[in-house]
Design a protein around this ligand. Structure first.
Ligand code: CA
Ligand code: CA
Ligand code: ZN
Ligand code: ZN
Length: 472
């Protein structure tokens, strides 16, 4: 539940957030900030498997529930279905506005967890049923109180009710109550989160008029990930992409970001914030005009003082990308059309490839195919002498046996880390760089350091359900 507390008015004695009835608790409405904080910490320390939590709920005693120390229902599946009930539309907002806002609210949670939310057309299919009502509503035991005070409440088995006497808005105007904020909060409860008594959290018990967004902050993310886990690989390709942007009244500057592709979706990773861009993922076609809709094997940018070229590879073909106009080139300077065969542009390189990257150190492109690697000299357009070679020979394991061997998902040079990374499945290997060798001269040149989980280094690269597509 979310309550509107006006600055002049003290919080009332009413439950602020409830999961009423049915032997289930409402979180203590009047806990002081400090007491509640303790609750929060207790909850976060509680590390249980989904199943344990689930069972725990069935036999949970009332006292425990009332203390607020137990989380709400935790779903044991990752694909959850929701509906805005036919009889539950708000009478003050356009139907499509309501659904779009709820869709976005669900999407914000799926952007940081393995959960996916699918909007369905039939109530019988839905795990989470939402509706707007006034006073007595939907046979619910908790009666709404008219304008102000209680804005909405959530039930443990997945119902969310909004008080339609409130002035909900779906835009960022200062007037009214942001439906998005309230929905994000209530969905948090349905997913099992208690209140979080900390400025900036979407799970604060009182509606905050500060800020128009409803973005989950890092603590909200951690809280929900304790329940549902983090997002993992694999990815189709990963690459840093540098482009020049013109600053008003200034010199053009080169900026770069890391891009992750999976199926028909992509994420832009903001390395300085260690997170994906707000609102990602997007469909490939939204950002990479002219590319195949999915299944890109590799992306490659050759970025030197003399040239900038970006290529994408799929199957036996490749495309050249026009970074300035942000779409693929239709044809080359001689009028030959893209896509071209890989063997045309890169003689000797077998197709399809697994991945490729441009090595700034020797100005060669490295192509990977099964357990082989090919160094390709772009200035002479020839395979370097002695290639192809085994990946294990060119990039030996630092720890015996800890090596992807072949069939990489992606390899890329990270400008942020000034290092090369290999990706396969849910793991990555970092290639020994100059600093590593300074620290430990025994490390082999181009050695692969022991694997780590991708999710340890790149956070929250999460799928969303395709029914959320419409959001951008
Ligand atoms: Ca109300
Ligand atoms: Ca690949
Ligand atoms: Zn609440
Ligand atoms: Zn209700």
């Amino acid at each position: 539940m979310l309550e509107l507390v006006q600055s002049a008015k003290k919080a009332t004695n009413k439950p602020q957030c409830g999961i009423p009835d049915q032997n289930f608790q409402r979180t203590d409405p009047l806990s002081s900030a400090s007491a509640s904080h303790t609750i929060g910490q207790k909850v976060f320390r509680r590390k249980r498997s989904l199943k344990t939590l689930f069972n725990r709920f069935k036999r949970a005693r009332k006292t425990e529930l009332a203390s607020g120390s137990v989380l709400g229902l935790v779903f044991a599946k990752e694909r959850l279905k929701w509906i805005l009930m036919h009889e539950g539309y708000s009478s003050h907002l356009f139907p499509e506005e309501q659904r779009a806002t709820l869709r976005l609210a669900f999407r914000l949670w799926s952007e940081v967890t393995p959960l996916e939310f699918e909007e369905v057309a039939r109530v019988s299919e839905a795990d989470i049923k939402l509706g707007f009502g006034t006073g007595r509503h939907f046979g619910c035991s908790q009666v709404f109180d008219g304008k102000d005070q209680e804005l909405a409440h959530a039930w443990q088995h997945g119902d969310i009710h909004f008080d339609d006497d409130e002035h909900f808005t779906t835009n960022n105007s200062d007037q009214g109550i942001s439906l998005l904020k309230v929905a994000v909060h209530e969905i948090g409860h349905v997913l099992g989160l208690p209140h979080i008594y900390r400025a900036g959290s979407v799970m604060q018990p009182n509606y905050s008029t500060v800020g128009s967004g409803a973005e989950l902050d890092s603590q909200d993310r951690k809280a929900i990930q304790r329940l549902y886990g983090v997002c993992e690989g694999p990815f189709d390709t990963v690459f840093d992409w540098v482009r020049e942007v013109k600053r008003p009244l200034g010199q053009p500057v080169a900026i770069f970001n890391t891009f992750f592709f999976r199926k028909g979706w992509y994420w832009m990773y903001e390395n300085q914030n260690n997170r994906t861009r707000y609102g990602d993922p997007l469909v490939l076609s939204a950002g990479w005009s002219g590319l195949p809709l999915e299944g890109i094997d590799a992306a490659l940018q050759i970025w030197t003082l003399a040239m900038e070229v970006t290529y994408f590879f799929k199957g036996t073909q490749y495309w050249k990308y026009d970074s300035k106009n942000e779409r693929v080139f239709i044809e080359d300077s001689q009028g030959y059309r893209y896509p071209k065969h890989i063997s045309q542009g890169f003689p000797g390189v077998p197709a399809p490839i697994d991945t490729a990257f441009f090595d700034q150190r020797d100005q060669h492109v490295y192509f990977f195919c099964n357990n082989l690697v090919m160094a390709f000299d772009v200035s002479s357009n020839h395979m370097a002498f002695g290639y192809p070679k085994k990946i294990t020979e060119v990039f030996p394991a630092v720890v015996l046996g800890d090596h992807p061997n072949g069939n990489l998902d992606a390899a890329y040079f990270s400008y942020t880390h000034q290092a090369i990374f290999f990706f396969k499945g849910i793991y990555f290997w970092k290639v020994v760089d100059a600093t590593d060798i300074l620290n430990n001269p025994k490390l082999p040149f181009n050695g692969l350091l022991p694997k780590k989980r991708l999710s340890e280094q790149w956070l929250d690269i999460c799928d969303v359900h395709s029914s959320m597509l419409i959001m951008k």
